[in-house]
Design a protein around this ligand. Structure first.
Ligand code: ADP
Ligand code: ZN
Ligand code: MG
Length: 503
């Protein structure tokens, strides 16, 4: 058995309105080369200017990852020649990145269902500019520089991860975190969150092995598959007495394997030197306060609180906390529903969580809505339906229908219930009357029920459910099934007792 070491380099596009060193629009999907200027095109003599918002967002992520923010942070030029960067260097950070020596706690379950619990050290977070995009078409390569100069934050972990599942989970948690902070949309397919995965294996106790870097991982699932493939491949090489070659490989999603891209025996020499056109940045009190102010309750902490305060299951809490807007909606609905006599906080939470994970989830999916933000039903209205149901004024079935209508028509649920006359019959006399009529009209069924003994439990249940259904139908679904059941029982009971009483 080998020990494995995985370190991730995650790049996130910061949601700044403009690029990191110029005033060009920062947007995905615009007409190619429409968002460019002399600065991001690297024309001679053009001068970069630092985007304070990018620094603030970068430092917010750094803080959320428990990094220290240095008193002085600055930029370097990373020299390389490639057509995606017309300047022939990328402005990045090297000696004093804006976030240093942090950690992220992972707690939960991996894709294989195994428990994950570990603290992953974050080596650094640094701010840099993205490169342009190359589109290869047959014999030609096209260049789109809209992405050149877009704010990019690179988050580098220490090699503390050990399996593809852990790495996948790390990416998922990081994605959730940056989305909570509102600094990145986390869209891996569009490239606003990209990961390179470094992996090596070695005999236990021998420390790090020769690392292979996997690129082109545009989903967290590929991160898992690519790493697990690579760990197997390296183990087979070592088992066969071969050495692992230090190289960069690409994930081929069609063949489910990694393929060599380039060999990288020694660290590339980028000849970093301080960017002379940008000043050293020294975060002051006001800046650090703005960073603190941007730190919302982080998803992992919120999940724990949901489990503790609302008695939700971990899995339920995890699903609800996936999106900040959803967790906010949930808490608003719970607060509104538990402010009433009918429900305690935990009872309200249990009911709202159930709505979330069944009907609401179904409607969002069925109607192709992007998320809870696009859902027309407000938390207060969801709470109102929940309370009506808890008070026994609305049956479960009609509560669902009310929810559907209130969402579809964007209307007050109370008005809908009134208009359709859906309020549950709370007057026992009315449902008793219906029960009597049903039994009178269902002579045969009632007779059979009375004649059946204990040994026919199953048949009795079926017939009884049938009669309850009849009472509900007679009241257009408004009778309380529990009360109707008791009343039916009472009407049938004396004779059932006589039957049982026979020797
Ligand atoms: P490079 O100079 O090749 O970019 P770095 O030291 O900057 O390498 O590390 C890049 C990433 O690779 C980090 O996430 C780090 O944790 C990881 N890493 C470094 N060495 C190894 C190794 N031997 N095995 C696995 N991961 C490694
Ligand atoms: Zn520009
Ligand atoms: Mg590196």
């Amino acid at each position: 058995m080998y020990q494995s070491f995985i370190g991730l380099e995650v790049h996130i596009h910061l949601l700044t309105a403009t690029k990191v060193f110029c005033g060009c629009r920062s947007a995905f999907g615009d007409e190619p080369n429409s968002n460019i200027c002399p600065v991001c095109m690297g024309y001679p003599g053009a001068l970069p200017a630092l985007n304070l918002e990018a620094l603030r967002m970068g430092c917010t992520v750094a803080k959320a990852l428990n990094c220290g923010i240095p008193e002085r942070t600055w930029f370097e030029r990373k020299q390389y020649f490639y057509p995606d960067m017309t300047k022939n260097y990328q402005i990045s950070q090297f000696a004093s990145p804006l976030g240093q020596n942090g950690w992220l706690s992972l707690e939960g379950r991996g894709a294989d269902g195994k428990r994950i619990g570990k603290k992953v050290r974050i080596k650094e977070c640094h701010l840099e500019e993205d490169a342009g995009k190359m589109i290869h078409t047959g014999t030609a390569s096209l260049l789109d520089y809209n992405r050149a100069g877009v704010s990019l934050l690179e988050i580098v972990t220490e090699p503390d991860l050990e399996t593809g599942e852990e790495a996948e989970f790390f990416i998922q948690q990081l994605r959730r975190l940056v989305r909570y902070l509102g600094v990145c949309d986390g869209n891996m397919e569009e490239g606003s969150l990209r990961a390179d995965a470094n992996v090596s294996i070695n005999l236990p106790g021998r420390g790090l092995g020769k690392k292979v870097e996997i690129k082109n991982l545009n989903s967290s699932r590929f991160v898992r598959l690519g790493l697990n493939y690579e760990i197997r491949r390296q183990a087979e090489a070592l088992d066969a007495g071969k050495a692992v070659v230090q190289e960069t490989r690409l994930w081929n999603e069609n063949r489910d394997e990694t393929v060599p891209m380039r060999q990288k025996e020694n660290a590339q020499d980028y000849r970093y030197f301080p960017e002379p056109d940008l000043p050293v940045f020294c975060p002051d009190g006001a800046f650090l306060e703005s960073v603190e102010a941007a730190l919302v309750e982080l998803p992992a902490a919120r999940l724990k609180r949901f489990v503790a305060d609302y008695s939700l299951g971990e899995e339920q809490a995890d699903l609800i906390c996936e999106e900040k807007a959803q967790a906010d909606y949930f808490e608003a609905a719970v607060a509104a529903a538990s402010g009433t006599a009918a429900l305690s906080t935990k009872e309200a939470a249990a009911r709202i969580a159930k709505w979330f994970l069944t009907d609401i989830k179904h409607i969002l999916h069925r109607d192709g809505l992007s998320g809870i933000g696009a859902f027309a039903l407000s938390p207060a209205r969801l709470a109102a339906i929940t309370v009506m149901q808890a008070e026994g004024r609305l049956s479960g079935k009609l509560a669902k229908q009310t929810l559907e209508l209130a969402a579809a028509e964007d209307r007050d649920p109370e008005a809908i219930v009134r208009e359709h006359n859906w309020e549950q019959i709370t007057d026992p006399a009315r449902s008793a009357e219906a029960a009597r009529r049903v039994i009178a009209g269902e002579n045969a069924t009632a007779g059979e029920l009375r004649s059946l003994g204990e040994e026919n439990e199953k048949r009795r249940k079926t017939l009884f459910a049938y009669l309850v259904g009849k009472v509900l139908a007679a009241t257009e679904g408004r009778a309380d099934p529990k009360i109707a059941g008791e009343q039916l029982n009472a009407l049938l009971a004396p004779e059932i007792h006589t039957e049982r009483g026979r020797p």
